[in-house]
Structures are given as C-alpha cells and as structure tokens.
Design a protein around this ligand. Sequence first.
Ligand code: ADP
Ligand code: ZN
Ligand code: ZN
Length: 812
Amino acid sequence: MYYINVILPLYVQNTFTYKVNKAEFEFLKKGMRVAVEFGKSKIYTALVYEIHQNPPTYETKDIHQILDEKPVVTEQQLKLWEWISSYYMCSLGEVFRGAMPSAFLLESETIIYKNEAFQDQSILTDDEFLIFEALQNQTSLTVHQVSEILGKKKVLPILDEMIKKLVLYIKEEIYEVYKPKLVKYVRLNAKYNDENALQNLLEELSRAKKQRDAILTFFQLKTIKKPIKVDVLKEKSGVSSAIIKALEDKEIFEIYSIQTDRINFDGATNNLKQLNEYQQKALLEIKESFTKNDITLLHGVTSSGKTEIYTKLIDDVVSQGKQVLFLLPEIALTTQIISRLQQYFGDKISVFHSKYSMNERVEVWNNILENKQKAQIILGARSSVFLPFSNLGLIVIDEEHEQSYKQFDPNPRYNGRDSAIVLGKLHQAKVLLGSATPSVESKFNTEQKKYGLVELNRRHGNVQMPKIELIDIKEKHRKKEMNGHFSDRLLEMMNDALAEKEQIILFQNRRGFSPVVECTTCGISPQCPNCDVSLTYHKFRGELRCHYCHYSRAMPNNCGACGSNTLDTKGFGTEQIELELKGLFPDHKIGRMDLDTTRGKFGYQKIIGAFEAQEIDILVGTQMLAKGLDFSNVSLVGILNADRMLNFPDFRAHERAFQLMLQVSGRAGRSEKQGNVAIQTFNPYHQILQQVSENNYTKMYKEQLQERWQYHYPPYYRLIKITLKHKDYTKVEDGVKWLHQALYNSFGENVLGPSTPSVGRIRNQYIRNIVVKIPPKQSIPKTKEHIQKIRNSFEAIKEFRPIRFVLDVDAY
Ligand code: ADP
Ligand code: ZN
Ligand code: ZN
C-alpha cells in the first residue's frame, strides 16, 4: 500500500494521510499539490509532505487528483514553515494558507471570474474555451459549476492552468487595474544655461513671438523653484501645445515625465553612486563583519545613505548570480525605494506584496521558483519570506525596528524580520538589518555578539542633523499663544519655511477629524454599537465611524443620551489639522496622508508623487510619514502633540515614541541646509523628549534596557500573549479564570492578567488577555509545549470550545 501525508490549508494540528496508487506514489514528490476531499465532501488543495508505506490506524481516502508536474514548494520553504509553525505555535496548515498566494489554493468553494483584459483565445484548449465562454454569459462560476459545464469531476488543474494563462481571477481578490498617471514637465535644454546662448536664442526667436512668450513665461515660473508642468506653462503663457512641441523639436525645451511606478519601468539603468568616505568605510566594515557574523546591524542615522550601501552589497551578490531579498516594513510606502533600486538594477527586480493582484503574485512566485533573472532581486513586505528562493545570497531588512514586521492577525502571527533571519540561516545567506533607530532587541543582540554592528553617524553630504526644538504648549496655552493646535513658535517656523519655498511635514498620530464627539451637556460620547470604543468624527463625510469594525453612521444633530444639541468635537486628528491649516495658510496647498486618503494600490503613490513634485506645500499625516521617505525640499517637520505617544500603556511605548519622533525628524533637511524640527508637548522635560532633542539613541537604549531588566520584559524575558474572545461575556470570563489558574499552577508569578485590552469588545466579541513571561533561563520550547498542553485541556472542556483561543508569541 502507498500513502502520502498532506498539509491542509486549515487549522488542524497534524498532517493527514491519503491513499495513492503505485504510479502516483512514484510520481509524487514532496512539495507538489494534490486535491483531496476533507470534511463534508469539500475539496481542498493540499501539499504533499511525506510519501510512505506505513498504513495509519484510520481508514484512508484516495486523493482526488495531482495538481502539479513538479514541486511548487521547496524543501527549504518547508523547513521555514516548520520553524514558523513550531516557534509561533500554529499549525503547518495555517502557515501553508498564509504562505501561498490564494491562487495556489483552489478549493470546491472557490468562485472564479474572467479577467477582462484577457484577449488571445487561440491559446485556450477546448475545455478552457468552454469555461471562458460560460464566463461571457455570467460574471462568475463556482468550481462546482465548472465541473458541470465540462461534465468532469476533476477540474482544478484546468482552472489552475487558466489562472497561469491570466484568463481567470478568483474571489477575494480586490485588485485594481493599473492606469499609469503620466504628468508632463518641461525644462530648458542645458545648453542654454549659459547667459550668452540664452540671449542669442531670444534674439533668434524675436520674430517667433509665441515661442518667445513661452520661454519668457518659463523663466517666470522657474523662480518658484518647482518642476514646471507643461499644462501650467501652456496656461500661463497662453500658447498652444503646437508651440511647445515646436520648441521641443528645436531642442530648446525638453519634455519629461515624473513617475514612480514599477510597471512602466523604461529599462534605463544608471551606475551605482560613488559612496562617500563614511559609506565606504561602513561598507568595508559590513563585509568584514560578514566574515564573522552572518547577521549584521547597520545603525546609520537618517539620511546617512544606507540605501546606497545596500545597493553595493546587492550588486555584489547579484553578480555572483545569487538572489537577494529586500524586506520593507510596508511596501505601499516604498515606491521611492522601488524606483531607486530600479535605476540600478532595472528589470532584475520583482515586487511582491498583498496589494498586488493574485496573478501578479503567482507570476513572481513562479519566476523565483525557476530562478529567472527578472526575479533576482525581490522587494517585498514580510510575506515575501515565504517565496520559493533557491539560491539566496543576501537579505536586507530595512527599517528593522518597525513593528509592522509582525503579523498581528491571523495566524501565522510571525515576525517577518525574525523569520527572515531564520530564512537566511537556511540558505547560508548574509542578513543585513538596517535602521536609524534600531529596536532594543537588535541592538541588544549586537552587544551579546549574536549580530555584528556597523555604525554610520554622518548624513550624506555632511548635511547636519536637524535642529530639534521642544515647544512647551502648556506654557503657550497659559500665555494665550496658541492658534488652534498651533503655537506661535511653530507658525513662525512654518512661515519662514514657506517664505523660502520649502516644504513642511506635520505629524499627527491620529487620523480622522476628531477622536471623539462629546456632548458638553451630559458628557457622553456616541459609541460603536459593536465595539467598546467611541466613534470617530470624519468631517469630510459628515460621519461617525468605528476604526475597529468599520461601522459608520451620519453625525447626529442631537445627543443620543440627553437630547441636547450640544455635541462638540474634542481632541484632534489629521482631518481637523488639515482644515485648520487651510484657514491659516489659504495661499498654500495642503495635503493629507493617512489610512483614509491612501486606500487602494496607488493611493500612497499619488500623494507621495504630488509631494515630490512639490505640488503640495504642507503635508499632514500619521505615522506613515515616518517610514523611509526621502524628500529633498522639506526643511521643517512639526510634531503637533508628542504626549499621546508617550502615555501609552505598553512596555515598548517609550522606545516606539523615540523611534517615531526621530524617524519623522529625519525627513527634515535631507539636502544642503540644516533642517528644523518642532515638537509641541505639554511635558518638555520628559526623558524621551530630551533624548530625542539630543538625538541620543544610546541614552534611550540604556535607559530602556534597564527598565526591561527591572520589570522583566524583552529582550531578557520572552512574552507569549493568549487572547480569548467570545460574544458571551460570562463565557469568556469563566474561560479566562480557568486558563489563568491552569497557567498560574505552572508558571506562577510569570503569568500576567487576565486583563482587558483598551478596547475590550470588538465586533461584539469580548476580549481578555493573559501574558506568560518566559525568564531567561527557562526553556522556551518546553514552555511552549506546556502551554500547548494547557490549551488542549482547555479546548477539551465542552463549554469552552466555542471560545476563540489566540496565541501570539513575541507579541507586540
Ligand atoms: P538613509 O536610507 O540612510 O536615510 P538614503 O540612502 O535615503 O539615506 O540617502 C539620503 C539621500 O542622500 C538620498 O537622496 C540619496 O540619494 C543621497 N545619497 C546617499 N548617498 C549618496 C552618495 N554616495 N552619492 C550621492 N547621493 C547620495
Ligand atoms: Zn466598531
Ligand atoms: Zn448629552
């Protein structure tokens, strides 16, 4: 008898055994997909994990069919999955589901759609054509319906092939059709930089009045230092496109477009930049460090040119024919990095992230699997650690301190940075972590000699670090020197910057108009009906919204509790700041960047592009603004209220506040002139603010480390967070009491809680947390094993079974 054990993409503990025949046994390899029946006659895509001849104790079913000709998942990937499953305490099935693009996981319930862009019917087989034709008449089909149309039971391979041919899409895919936004700009040919040449030109054109007008208007516009749009030039000079075309043909004007997208890459590659002496030294130190430590941390201040150093290392590895993974905390913010790397490496770069359509992701996956040249450098968010690398030489983890490397929900709740380190080990690849504000954990690892350390303390071009000024707004309020949320000092600095035609970034760590609406008569705020949280006012839509469950309602006129019409908006969010700014600076263009303005694949790109093109003078935004953006004309960064970040009940709050403030500050003065940073606060003597203003990472680090030691937190202790959720309050309460007792019996004082998170009910589910701390000498695997046993006992109790039990290892 012949058997295979498969991984199902589900939360089930083990692999499952199915029967195969001799031919299948000989054909199948670990890492191929098979369709199998599981549960109530549902078909799933499963992955072959073991092939053997040991009959299990239970009755086995036959597999439905084989889906692949060769493995789509490699041995090394499976090793990483095993590590993730065991370290983060989740099933291999959950890792399987999280690791593969959903297109690889067709199942009987899957709904398929036609790709409207697909044209070439000649490449379709007969079966494929039938499906294609059926989709002309109806918008979607289930896999089951496809079976009926073809009169066949086994249709998954056909659908699989059609997805590869880009004929079909499957459900859950919210993809956007790409429409490049091309804005045309105009500049003068460099040969007219010379005063004489210009004079001659104007004389030459004395009879071509319109062309002359166009050039004179161009010079007027040029005084405002901004790139000049063709449309603007046309409008201001009153000349037609034909005139500008004529000037372009005469090689007087040059028309160019600014775009920052990945798809319209034009193929031109530049040479790598010459490193400055400090970068050169850092590069040598990194290479030296790599001879002793596979993992090295590059601690380089903002704008020190870390990216240029990465490119040198990437170049080396690529020229040895190896693959490179470049990890970013949030790919959506990093169109800038994409275009910077593309300049050097052209089409050797592929981008992988969840906002790309399924087909794009499948394509990248397959290119990497086949080790194609165009997938030699992968730029991606955390999920790209799951790609089928075969020959990985280097992993760069940029902004390694970012908490968004940690997957929060659902399982696997893995940290992309830490998983990348394991991935690096599996491939014997070098790993470079980079940050201007390293996480306490990583810095600690350098001190423990687990990682090498290279420091870079100078900004490129010897630009000075920004000057950071703390503004005491308690004092300003007292002296009535506030205008809305702006102190007179901040306004003064803003006016100075604007007068110099420089741009400003304002940081407010809260989106929406105002966090809460409150009745000034009775003091009650409108609450979300599904969550224990006040609704947020969004002025633009005149709506109250819940940021947890997306519930929304129109802003009421009267208080729901007392009926008075005294609802007032308190606090402040980005939208409110934007509105205040429009009043304060009516002649300047204000932009806003937060979750609400950046929905969709190209949302960020539009705003970042507009800011780069200097179409926006003042950009207001949330913490998204902190992440690795490089704008050359920003001279002032303002933080409107630093206090909220500091008063957060979390052991990482201070570290994070420091990182965030220093990172946002780093956006100021990235070229030539020293930048300014203004931080408004009620508490300018707070140690973290002092450390930020002195740019003193070391002091912050030492102090935080001391506290972590004293209060038993990472990096000394490890944390495992357990969350219970259920819509019945008493059930959760009973469950959490039982669980706490069981854990306490084993781990005593190292069990914290039970506690209620700051929002104690979300989508009608009550939430309770327990944290288990693992002391430095206690075995981590044994502790996990024991927690798993307690979990099993918990889930064996009938009344607790409906409670959702979530484990989060190294929780953030
Ligand atoms: P970081 O990632 O450390 O914040 P970047 O790599 O973004 O810094 O560099 C900051 C700016 O300086 C960028 O605009 C970059 O193009 C420029 N730059 C850095 N190094 C060099 C170099 N060696 N030659 C020319 N420009 C450089
Ligand atoms: Zn809600
Ligand atoms: Zn009221």
